[in-house]
Write a protein that binds this ligand. Sequence first.
Ligand SMILES: [Fe+2]
Ligand SMILES: [Fe+2]
Length: 159
Amino acid sequence: MDKKSLIKRLNWFFSLELNQVDLYKAQSKAFAEEYAGLVFERLSQIEQGHVDNIGAKIKELGANPTVIGDVISPILGHTAGTVIGKMSLAEVLKINTMIEQKAMKDYKSLINELKESLYGSKELITLLQQNFIDENLHTEWFKTKLSELQTCEFSLQPL
Ligand SMILES: [Fe+2]
Ligand SMILES: [Fe+2]
């Protein structure tokens, strides 16, 4: 991998992370009455940390972080922003899981490629691993919460 293509890859993550900041912020407002709203707010802060650490790496490589636009909609196959208001918490959790899994998949392939590359400094690989682990933890919370909702859905209150 050459420097130019590494910068391109990092810019894709920069845009994805930025999109996730906005997405989780919107979700924290949509679910403000629930614990999930608090979690989404915290997640948007963590994703902002990813925006910042990826942005700093792009600058270290001598480039400016560039937003390449909406990268979430192609992952979902529809526009993310327009549907949040109408979605149930269960649907939101499923969508979030899809996006986080796409991020993990792509972080993983970049990490593996960097191990073989000239630009694969140990520091950059460690940073990408840390972001990957955060996404993994986010995914696990979404799955746990979804499973809790589904457990309630498929149970009855006694008379
Ligand atoms: Fe992230
Ligand atoms: Fe995440």
